[in-house]
Design a protein around this ligand. Sequence first.
Ligand code: ADP
Ligand code: ADP
Ligand code: ZN
Length: 214
Amino acid sequence: MKIIMLGAPGAGKGTQAKMIAEKYEIPHISTGDIFRANIKNNTELGKKAKAYMDAGQLVPDELTVALVLDRIKKADCVKGYILDGFPRTIPQADALDSALNDRGEKIEYAINVDVPDEHIIKRMSGRRACSDCGATYHVVYNPTKEEGVCDACHGSLVLRDDDKPETVKKRLEVYHEQTKPLIDHYGAKNVLHTVDGTLDIDVVFAEINKFLGE
Ligand code: ADP
Ligand code: ADP
Ligand code: ZN
């Protein structure tokens, strides 16, 4: 089962992707998490990615594509995977599609989590991310059992640097310009499923399971 998640920053891609990955026992591959882990470990990739991320811009395709194509070749991906935050540009989608095509494979589900911009800024200010495992929570909509502590791994929760309102606005602009065209791209391939991301987390998950369970 090969799945990609589409949607604005803060639409709930990561939240849903984690639940899908657990249920279908496939790896959850988040390019944002990979970049953040590289920044934390001060790698060359992390150093390059940080300036773009802090500015709310995309990391260049050259850096991102190679990383993902490498990752999906790993042994844990044989049964499939869920890509969260990739592809984010048409060139990234073309590179992914052509690498898969070479192996007689394809993306089977592109899940578009639809949330209007007005909701996003409000949502982001309440987002908290685990600094260890990357799990995301929300102070109101998805609180942890213990304040500031990750339910999954007991790591400490932080407000991401790029979740400040100014940076979120920039990321939304970038989304509309560069990522939104992917909705039509995957629509044309007949693999697109759009869900209303303003519904409760469990309701969105139930909607997704309706078509994944087919
Ligand atoms: P969100 O969860 O808000 O959608 P992510 O964690 O997916 O954000 O991404 C955070 C940042 O990492 C992006 O703003 C961008 O700078 C960088 N990034 C993540 N995925 C990609 C990608 N596929 N291409 C380019 N940049 C990316
Ligand atoms: P993305 O990966 O698309 O950037 P996240 O999954 O990190 O988005 O979700 C962004 C924020 O919104 C998080 O704080 C998350 O807990 C919260 N959230 C996710 N889905 C919903 C939902 N359906 N309703 C309300 N809040 C949500
Ligand atoms: Zn954690």
